[in-house]
Design a protein around this ligand. Sequence first.
Ligand SMILES: CC(C)(COP(=O)(O)OP(=O)(O)OC[C@H]1O[C@@H](n2cnc3c(N)ncnc32)[C@H](O)[C@@H]1OP(=O)(O)O)[C@@H](O)C(=O)NCCC(=O)NCCS
Length: 386
Amino acid sequence: MTNKVCILGAGSTKYGKLEEGIIEIALNASASAIESAGISPNQIQAGYISNVFGVADKQVHMAPVIMSNLGLSHVPGLTIESACGSGSIMFREAFANVSAGFYDCLLAVGVEKVTHTGTAQSTTLFSYCSDFFYEGGNGASFPGLFASIARYYMSKFQADETDLASVAVKNHENGVLNPKAHMRKKITIEDVLKSPVVASPLKLYDCCPFSDGASAVILCSEEFAKNSGRPYVEVIGSGRGASPASVQGREDIATIPSTVMAAKQAYKMAGISPSDIDFAEVHDCFTIAEIIDVEDLGFFPKGKAAKAIRDGATSLSGEIPINPSGGLKSKGHPIGATGIGQVVEVFDQFTGKSGQRTVKDAKIALTHNFGATGASAAVHIFKKVE
Ligand SMILES: CC(C)(COP(=O)(O)OP(=O)(O)OC[C@H]1O[C@@H](n2cnc3c(N)ncnc32)[C@H](O)[C@@H]1OP(=O)(O)O)[C@@H](O)C(=O)NCCC(=O)NCCS
């Protein structure tokens, strides 16, 4: 059986350095998604949780703990980990279960808390998400790996550091309009170029920050959504892809094979092409990633995105707005929550809750989120229901 799947409610905590413990953060986002859907918690038939480093806040096996704290200890929960792509990979499993008719209504919540460990420890923890034998174990952190990708892309397509900086400036501009964003600060190209080098050519403002935070959505069948009488959004496409786990295992590092594979599946399921997308939330863990993403998703030909972004094509009023939420760069990147946070942005955009960052006349949106340097990825496509 394949049934239509809808999003009936969505909520996020603020992203940033949070004082609360990991379970409280997850519960806060869950409560706001439940309230936004206008349902009683008793209507939830399953819980899907995405998280990577619960161990850093002394909690793994998180799903039963979250469900119990919601007063739903009899409701089965499942925790899913896929590095920085955990949220979207988990969302796809939740989507598949509603589509298959196993559940009419479920809670999907992503959460992460790492900032209390500090930059050095967080960098070590995150390196466990790489192919540790070849990468993290030899000192290749994620900034280092994406710096190699950036160097390759820049020499192959004659892009430069100002092109990278244009992504950061645009995403910070959007993030200023998002009250939940971690880095709400307008920056200039010069600020980016003058910021401290992290792993050349990437500088401080080319990198996403370490963030805490949680995001949650309520997924349900179309019948459940219609019966609620409340606004909802339909999920019309879903795809999942894979790449060789280590960067050195790839033939061409100016593309991420998992993104291409996931996008192809999602477009096919939705019966649309990239030109039908009105805006997208993409995985900009580093500025170079956004440039590669928007090419792999089919919005720009290979090698052409850098110039298009610099010319404003991806700004809020551009031809294809990218990351209206501020993206990972400005909204923040609590890795277990990020993929669900993108869905929250789509829900807010389509239900009139995105204020000044609303993309005008948008009806179809795409979310894209990957794990590590793209070893895993998922793409989803959503339709506004009017
Ligand atoms: C970029 C990075 C090295 C900065 O770490 P840091 O030097 O320890 O930074 P701090 O936390 O000490 O913050 C220093 C200042 O920079 C700001 N800052 C930190 N990270 C920032 C970022 N990514 N973008 C913009 N500003 C940032 C802080 O707010 C702080 O500003 P303040 O002095 O005005 O308060 C770190 O955020 C990082 O490694 N990010 C990448 C995370 C990652 O790999 N994620 C997985 C992706 S696949």
